[in-house]
Structure formats: structure tokens, C-alpha cells
Design a protein around this ligand. Structure first.
Ligand code: CIR
Length: 356
């Protein structure tokens, strides 16, 4: 039968995958025992183990290697997700509970580089999923359209400094699109991890981008997540970046119910983004630490920061500029995630000065 054939296929793919060289968390935790238990499970959206593991199977060099095809997957495939989540999120155990939303007092977040010598820009992004919908691999074309309609409607209520325009990718000309990518505003198409995860189907249906008029606030629609909310500016003022973000979230929340899990907080497509979903980052120019990369990495690890190249994930640094962000997003409050980034960056600046 077709079902039997599917099982044989995934068994073969599993055996091949386990012979590859990769060090992904998927490879570490998809033991034979776990595989055997999970291989026949299906969620109410019809998602199976294949939807969870296909990106990691196709890309053995993944660091994580798995995605959730729908909200329920985190429970249905818990034997796999739980240990991956625990390792990535620094010990968030399978019975741990993510705290309630708490942004704290935004006004006292202040400036991460008061001298303005190192930090070129500051950015906070969040992800939100629309309640009732599966994630990419289990979405059909109508789902993409419906979510875009809901997002577009919610955005139309933004006012004042948040007011702006939504552009659907479908009707964007090539030059505009390329300019937006070059300016770092728009998501790129063709991430091999996402393609292999079945996250790029029906492209560009339902995909789009919103800008406020100052281009200090962006919403991505139906890229990796249903919604990515991004606040940024070319300064080190974490307080104003955060204020904009929380005001937008408050507005959108009046019109769209977000998917939240009793234990895992806000749900996202990639397990690395669960909980607060916050990646708070700066672009920081550190020529000395860049030359002493071991020291740079040591501080980053100690302060639970992730270092990326200046063009985002899997990119290289240009002119000693790095993207530095909080690594933890789950098991701590929004405020704690922001402070983790801030404290780490303050320490990086201190050490960079030591070498001067
Ligand atoms: C991977 O597993 O490497 C890709 N699926 C991307 C995972 C998310 N990125 C990250 O944590 N840096």
C-alpha cells in the first residue's frame, strides 16, 4: 500500500542519514528507538515524521535539522523535539514551563553603546503564528492567501509612526525586490534549509512585506513564519527599537489571535525560535576582537550570544562588522532576553576597548 511504501522510504532515508558525517541535533536525538516510535505518528493536519526531519535529512550539515510542520507537532513528536529544545535552549527540560509575557519597563532599556563608537544598528525581531493554521510544510495555497489577508487587514490599523505600506511579493517588480534585498530589508528566496523543509511552495503566493514610512519597522508575511515583526534603526537605542515593536504587537493582537503553547510560549516553525521568539541583535564593529576571534567567541559563549556575519545567518563578516544576538529565547521573559543581549554587548565593547 501507499502507506507501507512511505514507511519503507523514510526508513531508508533514516538509515542513509545516520551514515552521514553531520553533527546536527536531529542526528544526535533521532535514535533508532525514537525513530521507531515516531515513524507512524500523524497530526490532525496530516503531518508526519517526514515533514519534521526532511530538511535535516537533505542537509546533514544542519545545526538543528528539524522543523515543526504544525503547532501540534511539538506534542505529537515530543520524543524528538524535547531533547533538541533542551539542548538548544540551554537546559529547558521537557517539564519546564515558559514564563508569561513580560517586557518589563521598556524606557529603562536605554542605549547599548552610549558613546556611539561600536554599534551601527540595533534590531529586534519576533515571530508570531496565526492561530488555527499549520506551518509551511502542511500549508496549502489557500492558507498562504488567508494568512496574508489577515495580516494585511491587521496592518491597515497601524497609525502614527507605525503607519506604512504592504507590498505583496506577487506583484513586486524585479528591481524593487532586488533593491530591498540589497538594503537588507527583504528576505531572500532560496535558503536550502527552508526549501528542503517544504517551506517555499507556491512562492510567491501569500508572501509580502510591510514597511512603516521611516523604514524602522517591517513585517514579513509567510516567509519562515506566518509573521516576522522586525523593529530596527541605525543607532544603539534599544529602548526606542523595543518600544516600536511592542506597540505594533499590541495593535496586531487586537485583530489576530497568536498561537501559544502552554509550555513552549509562542510557537514557531523552527524550534530555535520558540518562547519569546526574540532575536535582539546589534551590528557591531569590533576590529580587535575580530583579530582575536577565540576571545570574541569565548565572551559570546559566556554571555549566551550568537555571532553571525553582517549579512545574516550563514554569511561572512564585512569590515569587522558582526551581527551579535541573544541565543536563548525560551524559558526566560522578553525582558530577560533583551537584557541578555544588552549585557553581552556591553562586555564585548569593554573587551574591544582593552585592545585599543
Ligand atoms: C539548521 O538546522 O541549521 C537550519 N535548519 C537553521 C536552524 C536555525 N538557525 C539557527 O539556529 N542558527
Amino acid at each position: 500500500s501507499a502507506g507501507k511504501e512511505r514507511l519503507e522510504n523514510i526508513r531508508n532515508d533514516y538509515e542513509k542519514f545516520m551514515k552521514t558525517e553531520g553533527k546536527s541535533l536531529l542526528k544526535k536525538y533521532l535514535t533508532k528507538e525514537v525513530f521507531d516510535v515516531l515513524q507512524t505518528r500523524v497530526t490532525s493536519h496530516g503531518s508526519g515524521l517526514k515533514d519534521v526531519v526532511q530538511s535535516g535529512f537533505a542537509n546533514p550539515d544542519s545545526s538543528i535539522g528539524l522543523y515543526a510542520p504544525d503547532p501540534e507537532s511539538y506534542d505529537v513528536f515530543a520524543e524528538l523535539f524535547d531533547p533538541v529544545i533542551e539542548e538548544y535552549h540551554h537546559g529547558f527540560a521537557k517539564d519546564a514551563v515558559h514564563p508569561d509575557v513580560d517586557w518589563g519597563n521598556i524606557d529603562d532599556l536605554g542605549n547599548v553603546d552610549p558613546e556611539g563608537r561600536y554599534v551601527l544598528s540595533t534590531r529586534i525581531r519576533c515571530a508570531r503564528s496565526v492561530q488555527g493554521y499549520p506551518f509551511n510544510p502542511s500549508m496549502n495555497e489557500a492558507h498562504y492567501r488567508e494568512i496574508e489577508d489577515k495580516v494585511r487587514a491587521a496592518i491597515s490599523f497601524l497609525e502614527g509612526d507605525l503607519k506604512g505600506t504592504y507590498y505583496t511579493l506577487d506583484s513586486m517588480d524585479y528591481e524593487t525586490r532586488q533593491q530591498l534585498i540589497d538594503d537588507h530589508y527583504l528576505f531572500k528566496e532560496g535558503d536550502r534549509f527552508l526549501i528542503a523543509a517544504n517551506a517555499s511552495r507556491y512562492w510567491p503566493t501569500g508572501r509580502g512585506i510591510f514597511f512603516n514610512n521611516d523604514k524602522t519597522f517591517i513585517i514579513w508575511c509567510n516567509e519562515e513564519d506566518h509573521m516576522r515583526l522586525i523593529s530596527m534603526e541605525k543607532s544603539s537605542n534599544l529602548g526606542s527599537v523595543c518600544s516600536r515593536l511592542t506597540r505594533v504587537i499590541q495593535q496586531i493582537e487586537k485583530h489576530i489571535a497568536f498561537t501559544r503553547h502552554p509550555r513552549l510560549g509562542y510557537l514557531t516553525f523552527c524550534p530555535t525560535n520558540l518562547g519569546t521568539t526574540i532575536r535582539a541583535s546589534v551590528h557591531i564593529r569590533v576590529p580587535n576582537l575580530s583579530k582575536n576571534f577565540e576571545k570574541f567567541q569565548e565572551i559570546a559563549d559566556r554571555y549566551k550570544l550568537q555571532i553571525r556575519g553582517s549579512r545574516g545567518e550563514h554569511s561572512k563578516s564585512e569590515d569587522s562588522v558582526y551581527d551579535v544576538s541573544n541565543k536563548r529565547r525560551l524559558g526566560l521573559t522578553e525582558r530577560e532576553a533583551l537584557l541578555e543581549m544588552r549585557n553581552g554587548v556591553v562586555e564585548l565593547i569593554k573587551q574591544e576597548k582593552h585592545f585599543e
